[in-house]
Design a protein around this ligand. Structure first.
Ligand SMILES: Cc1cc2nc3c(=O)[nH]c(=O)nc-3n(C[C@H](O)[C@H](O)[C@H](O)COP(=O)(O)OP(=O)(O)OC[C@H]3O[C@@H](n4cnc5c(N)ncnc54)[C@H](O)[C@@H]3O)c2cc1C
Length: 437
């Protein structure tokens, strides 16, 4: 089958590999020039955290080793208090699990190489999709060229041109919810050729309404990202104000950021949006058009799951194709069931923003995490929500059910322990009960 994918970003490239492995001929159209020959496009997050779901998808194509050798494991969070005090909180009870910091551009290049190496994949760069006829599969590009395909899959990101066409059709619903927050990336360079902070952690400066995070890069620098209300971002409009704000709120990082002011001035403000679209596919006439990755379900980045979820989409669609013998219209119909999972991670990602910017700094939160890890060690099968999301491939939609079941079981176990302790004390005559001796 001839399949066209729009977008050679992270998900488009991986999907091309999955489909080519099934024997399909895949043409991928990408609006940018080939990033392996030209530099990276600015304005996107420089690095991201790759975890179990993404790694599982890569492993199915034998790409995990190639990708992970460029990654830096982060087994926990390092919290930076306003007074500079540091607290490390491991992500997993046994401290063996880690999320992995990886450069987005590097990851994209490796996936482009992987797609390029697959027989049947053709990558066409500098081709921005500007028009699509979903009935015929006719595609129009900015350069005036046209093409046609019976199967078109939009992997063209949160501001998808493919989705923009589907949104116009009757029966297709779409919503976008922007946070009142923006993000901006800032450099924190190596110091004397070494990491200026511990590279084995995702660093967080929780500050109530806002926060900063930092992920390590292989060149021993960190990329910091501030997530601030738009009014704060706009208010810092002079070098003096930027310096004063950082000195007051992030004093330890401020000392490590010599290029803070040019970084703040030159780097764009990114938006934080949750996009929902239903259905993700339309079959009319001779053509079928579908959506995957951010084009289908862009989420805010606070669980580090957007790309991981998009990679898992590829596995899910591959399974759907297995079920229906590569009948794309039927496979894309089955793929709609994945919405149950993507809706859950969209919600968890929003909830995690409050946890990261506000709660992680509190003693109560840290005590709760220690208790959770103690329960994980004590109760076989007890796993925290973070672990289920980041270190397992348990469908997102089952994570919440499992957490509820576990909490009930832990509460029952706790009650049984209290009862046993009470009975023991009573047996030793330490407890008096009405009617007792
Ligand atoms: C600040 C931030 C931090 C993040 N951190 C993480 C993280 O830690 N972990 C994680 O898993 N995820 C993270 N994400 C989310 C992750 O970046 C996205 O989920 C992921 O990039 C989605 O991949 P995609 O291929 O669907 O879309 P994209 O990566 O956006 O790729 C879309 C591609 O389509 C191309 N394109 C767009 N329009 C057209 C057109 N009209 N014609 C042709 N081509 C087109 C684009 O040039 C691009 O190459 C983060 C996101 C942000 C903003």
């Amino acid at each position: 089958m001839e399949v066209t994918i729009v977008g050679a970003g992270l998900v488009g490239c991986l999907l091309a590999c999955f489909l080519a492995r099934r024997g399909h001929h895949v043409t991928v159209y990408e609006r940018r020039p080939d990033p392996r020959r030209h530099g990276r496009e600015g304005g996107r997050s420089i690095n991201l955290a790759l975890s179990a779901r993404g790694i599982d998808a890569l492993r199915r194509l034998g790409l995990d080793g190639k990708v992970l050798d460029a990654a830096i494991p982060m087994p926990g969070r390092m919290m930076h208090a306003s007074d500079g005090a540091l607290t490390f909180q491991p992500y997993s009870a046994d401290r063996t699990q880690a999320i992995n910091s990886i450069g987005r551009a590097d990851l994209n290049r490796r996936l482009l190489d992987a797609a390029d190496a697959m027989p049947g994949v053709e990558l066409r760069f500098g081709r921005r999709l500007t028009g699509l006829d979903e009935r015929t599969g006719r595609l129009e590009f900015e350069d005036g060229k046209e093409d046609g395909a019976r199967v078109v899959i939009g992997a063209d990101g949160a501001y998808s041109a493919v989705r923009a066409r589907l949104q116009q059709l009757p029966g297709v619903s779409f919503s976008q919810d922007y946070l009142d927050y923006g993000y901006k990336e800032l450099p924190l360079p190596a110091r004397n050729g070494e990491y200026a902070m511990d590279p084995g952690a995702l660093h967080i400066w929780p500050r109530g309404r806002s926060m900063m995070i930092a992920l390590p890069n292989p060149d021993r620098s960190f990329t910091c990202t501030v997530f601030w209300p738009h009014d704060t971002l706009a208010a810092l409009d002079t070098p003096g104000k930027v310096r004063a704000y950082f000195a007051a709120h992030y004093p330890d990082a401020f000392e490590l950021m010599p290029d803070l002011v040019p970084g703040y001035r030159d780097n764009p403000v990114g938006h934080l949006v949750t996009m929902r679209c239903a259905p993700w596919h339309v079959t009319t006439g001779a053509a079928t058009v579908g959506l995957v990755g951010d084009a289908a379900h862009a989420i805010v980045p606070f669980y580090g799951q957007g790309a991981n979820c998009g990679f898992e989409d590829c596995v899910a669609l591959d399974r759907c194709l297995d079920e229906v013998g590569d009948d794309f219209p039927r496979a894309l119909e089955l793929f709609e069931r994945r919405r149950a999972d993507t809706d859950v991670i969209a919600r968890l990602a929003l909830e995690n923003f409050v946890e990261m910017r506000d709660k992680v700094g509190s003693r109560l939160f840290l005590a709760g995490k220690r208790l959770e890890h103690a329960l994980e060690r004590a109760l076989p099968g007890y796993v925290s929500r973070y672990e289920l999301v980041s270190f397992s491939t348990t469908p997102y939609s089952q994570v919440e059910r499992r957490i509820t079941r576990q909490r009930l079981a832990a509460a029952a176990a706790g009650a049984a322990l209290v009862a046993a302790g009470f009975a023991a004390r009573r047996g030793r005559g330490l407890v008096r009960t009405p009617g007792g001796e």
